[in-house]
Design a protein around this ligand. Sequence first.
Ligand code: NAX
Length: 320
Amino acid sequence: AKEPVRVLVTGAAGQIGYALVPMIARGVMLGHDQPVILHMLDIPPAAEALNGVKMELVDAAFPLLKGVVATTDVVEACTGVNVAVMVGGFPRKEGMERKDVMSKNVSIYKSQASALEKHAAANCKVVVVANPANTNALILKEFAPSIPEKNITCLTRLDHNRALGQISERLNVQVSDVKNVIIWGNHSSTQYPDVNHATIKTPAGEKPARELVADDAWFNGEFITTVQQRGAAIIKARKLSSALSAASSACDHIRDWVLGTPEGTWVSMGVYSDGSYNVPAGLIYSFPVTCQNGEWKIVQGILGIATLIMELTLQQLTAY
Ligand code: NAX
């Protein structure tokens, strides 16, 4: 039997946490033959709720779940963890300046970074979900210099999955037949969802998504804004922000990172830039990546956005 993997979820008493921990305990994140021990961290005002989540995990009698640590102590939470999903943080609230949120998150991520650095298992893989996700990941990377920078990532897989979902709905195809969209940049409304390399599996082989859509203009306008503003649309509808889709996407992110991406498929991950595509080195930025043997690699040689826009203009010109 496999040794259990220890998975930390911070902010585990929150809404994403509540959707995420049962997925992990069911093997959605690390595989259906991989036992897990859950480490759940939250802050003292949420301690009672956190304990309630622990009670429900016990009640659900998950066969793969070999233990639960529910704590408000950051060191206890981080000790021995192999995977860390950072969901807790201080989100920007109405009327708050960006710099106010930043300083709160700097202190949270600074202490969590040093606890992970000192107490997590060697080669612990980290994904930051809490917004601003790119920035929080960067803070974590800066304050945990002994954790290899390739091990610190942020979640843009939700945006990636939203793009797949929109294409599937629009083209009336199965979402599992759509692949290779790209989210460039941030997890924020300034991200660039790119469909120019996306393909659809058809009985006649893989076809570019752009060839199959009746109205190509949709891809250049409404598609992009729908993906960029999907988070806001969910809040408007649910009066709460995305939780089940965020949790499921966090599982996808870790699963593909640890177990690998299928041949010919890439996914979007926020990772530190090595200067690829002229993105300043050291930033945490969303790129198309493939994963193998527990390591991600930025897909090279895809037309950059500037080239791409030029190309499109040329295509439009030659079409006349
Ligand atoms: P909730 O407010 O429901 O939960 C957050 C939890 O974090 C709370 O239980 C809170 O007590 C806890 N927390 C606060 N400070 C903490 C600390 N220092 N240590 C440990 N726990 C702490 O928010 P939820 O809806 O679960 O969202 C969590 C975060 O995910 C937010 O920052 C949100 O903006 C972000 N999101 C990121 C997404 C992404 O794709 N990257 C999408 C969904 C989501 O909006």
